[in-house]
Write a protein that binds this ligand. Structure first.
Ligand code: NDP
Length: 239
């Protein structure tokens, strides 16, 4: 069955890998992108790319209208777009904190709330929120980012309770460090220090996160809601 899927920040990194796997599985996939041009490989797969900055409610509304016109109401939403502005607390500005929360947490709220309209009407839906291992364990220098990612857990679990009877599931996927532009900002030393604590001894590949998202968004995962699924090479081990 071909579903209407929307992935925020689907033009690169983890979001792009999620878009690929779902488009290849036959879903009608739309991605939002904020800058640059949408990648040719996704366009070749028939993916619809809509420009949207998720910190702007009007752009979110416009993006949903474009997706609904082309693919119908969104049935699967992956809130993936996110940013980091790493800094030690003493040097972290108010803007470093609020801009990260506005994108990672309030941005997720904006798209989830808008998608929920159609899901309520359809009496079904799948929402997947991309959090981070840093949100579960904490990470020095990432208090803003970790707080925004941890908050997604409470957000998803509250909605899982609120909307479970409407057959809408809310789950959180928490990747460990993954090979994307975001992790490329690390120095070799920082990277080695991280890898030392990963039982599988390497970073994740975006496709490995995408495979888990594809499952949790599938019909087969219909009885999973309010779950937090780490894809972190064994770093968390239940913590
Ligand atoms: P990238 O930096 O490669 O991509 C981030 C995506 O989010 C881009 O598409 C970017 O758009 C988009 N984005 C950022 N801000 C906004 C905004 N205001 N409005 C719309 N889109 C926006 O990151 P990753 O692929 O690595 O990360 C994807 C998700 O996974 C993020 O939520 C991240 O926190 C999470 N994650 C990543 C990990 C990693 O190690 N890479 C580990 C754990 C979690 P644009 O191209 O226009 O900037």
């Amino acid at each position: 069955m071909s579903r209407s899927v929307l992935i925020t920040g689907g033009n690169r990194g983890i979001g792009r890998a999620i878009a690929r796997v779902l488009a290849e599985a036959g879903d009608k996939v739309a991605v939002t992108y904020r800058s640059g041009e949408p990648p040719a490989d996704l366009l070749a797969l028939g993916v619809l790319a809509v420009r949207c900055d998720i910190t702007d409610p009007e752009q979110v509304e416009q993006a949903f209208q474009e997706v609904e016109a082309a693919h119908g109401a969104v049935e699967v939403l992956v809130a993936n777009a996110g940013i980091t502005k790493d800094q030690l607390l003493m040097r972290m500005t108010e803007d470093d904190f609020t801009s990260v929360v506005d994108t990672n947490l309030t941005g997720a709220f904006r798209v989830v709330k808008r998608a929920n309209r159609g899901m309520l009407r359809a009496r079904k839906g799948r929402v997947v929120l991309i959090s981070s291992a840093a949100g579960l364990a904490g990470q020095a220098g990432q208090a803003n980012y970790a707080a925004s990612k941890a908050a997604l857990v409470g957000f998803a679990r509250s909605l899982a309770r609120e909307l479970g009877s409407r057959n809408i599931t809310f789950n959180v996927v928490a990747p460990g460090l993954t090979e994307t532009a975001m992790s490329a900002e690390l120095t070799e030393g920082q990277r080695a220090a991280v890898v030392e604590h990963i039982p599988l001894g390497r970073l994740a590949r975006p496709e490995e996160i995408a495979a888990v998202v594809a499952f949790i968004a599938s019909e087969a995962a219909g009885y999973i809601t309010g779950a937090v699924i780490p894809v972190d090479g064994g770093v968390g081990m239940g913590h």
